[in-house]
Write a protein that binds this ligand. Structure first.
Ligand SMILES: [Cu+2]
Length: 417
């Protein structure tokens, strides 16, 4: 007779089997290196790049250089950051399950650093935690990290030494590993984002690592809307979006318009199909990744953004007294004198913007100002596309746009405004 205890044991055995799927035994020298476009469809990192590699004796060789970077968050907003290979964030590392990778890390920062491979099952001494798994990489030194990739999915890399400072300044990137066996169903297009947050006083250039709560520059792949490049999909395509979050203090509920999706994987591995459920928003906690998939079946321009309202604005929306309901025309001058950040949009022009700052919201849209900034991008779904370049604004079919009421319509429906 099968006892309850036996059932638990069977359950335990089954879950061990499932974890076997996540970490596969590969030979120490790895499998033949997976080739882009032949063995996998490369991921697209909007506003970012993929780290090049070379093959040496069957090993995929990469080179990361940690260094100071002059970074542009949005037009007019620059930061004195730290990044990899001249970029914030670092280039996306992309490889295939079973690859043996050798990643050289050169430190051109003014202080010591390490690199941690977040989510990867690596040998302990390759884990990159300063003082725990290795001694730090001193300025001017180059260290070797080498291991076989035993998983597939969306992972991260970041400094794990003086983390508060080094991550606040930008030392992080995405690490995407494709499966050795093709997935079913395959994604037609595969986008990857790394979310982060910064505190940059208007007029200052150095992001403040001491900030704990008030982040005023919210970024996707290091840039704030309207600097974020759109995602582009043909109607009917299966779209994958990989989202990593290495913000200092905030989880981000990422919301898509016009569609719903399933979360198919985390940085812990794939989620079984029977364990998925539909969502239109996915919470991406600090220090995690979430991968979502859906069929782009609704033509149009669709916002994809963090749903925290203070994360869809930039700099100027912070620290301003509550002025809602105030008769602005009567009090502008007094308020502007007391609160330098405040200025009502005048009839005769734009508000003045301090040097090295971005307006708290806004990009020009086809129907006026888009009143969002920060952690926002746009998914553009079209019946036909020829490239993944920005196809411009969607032109809705006649009669499918919200429009002012006519008197006849109001009369017909018995609406008395
Ligand atoms: Cu957010």
């Amino acid at each position: 007779m099968t006892t309850r205890r036996d059932l638990f044991r069977l359950g335990a055995a089954a879950s061990l089997g499932a974890s076997g799927l996540r970490t596969t035994a590969f030979p120490e020298h790895g499998l033949p290196p997976g080739r882009p476009h032949l063995d996998y469809q490369p991921v697209l990192t909007p506003n970012g790049v993929t780290l090049p590699f070379r093959i040496v004796d069957g090993v995929k060789v990469f080179h990361l250089i940690a260094e100071p970077v002059e970074h542009t968050f949005a037009p007019g907003l620059q930061g004195a950051c730290w990044g990899y290979n001249g970029r914030v964030h670092g280039p996306t590392i992309e490889a295939v399950e079973g690859d043996r990778v050798r990643i050289w890390v050169t430190n051109k920062l003014p202080q010591s650093t390490t690199v941690h491979w977040h989510g990867l099952h690596v040998p302990s001494g390759m884990d990159g935690v300063g003082g725990l798994s290795q001694r730090p990489i001193e300025p001017g030194e180059t260290f070797r990290y080498e291991f076989v990739l035993r998983q597939h999915g969306t992972f991260l890399y970041h400094s794990h030494h003086d983390e508060m400072v080094q991550m606040a300044l930008g030392l992080m990137g995405l690490f995407v590993i494709h499966p050795r066996q093709p997935e079913e169903p395959p994604a037609d297009v595969d986008y990857a984002y790394l979310l982060s947050e910064w505190h940059l006083e208007p007029g200052m250039r150095r992001p403040d690592p001491n900030e704990m709560a008030d982040f005023n520059v919210l970024t996707m792949n290091g840039v704030a809307f309207p600097a974020t490049a759109p995602m582009v999909a043909r109607r009917g395509e299966r779209v994958r979006i990989r989202i990593g979050n290495l913000s200092a203090m905030d989880h981000h509920p990422m919301h898509i318009h016009g569609h719903s999706f399933e979360v198919v994987a985390t940085d812990g591995g794939p989620i079984q199909e029977t364990a998925r459920w539909p969502e239109a928003t996915v919470l991406v906690p600090v220090g995690s990744t979430r991968t979502i998939e859906f069929v782009a079946e609704n033509p149009g321009d669709w916002a994809f953004h963090c749903h925290m309202t203070h994360h869809v604005m930039t700099q100027m929306g912070h620290g301003i007294p509550n002025l809602v309901g105030l008769d602005a025309t009567a009090s502008d001058e007094a308020v502007a004198a007391a609160v330098p950040e405040f200025e009502t949009m005048g009839e005769d022009g734009e508000p003045t913007i301090p040097p090295n700052s971005a307006p708290m919201a806004g990009g020009k849209g086809p129907a006026g100002m888009i009143t969002m900034g920060g952690m926002v991008t746009v998914l553009k779904v079209r019946d036909t596309i020829t490239t993944r370049d920005d196809p411009g604004w969607y032109v809705p079919p006649a009669g499918t746009t919200a429009a002012p009421a006519t008197a006849a319509e109001l009369e017909r429906d018995g609406i008395r405004p």
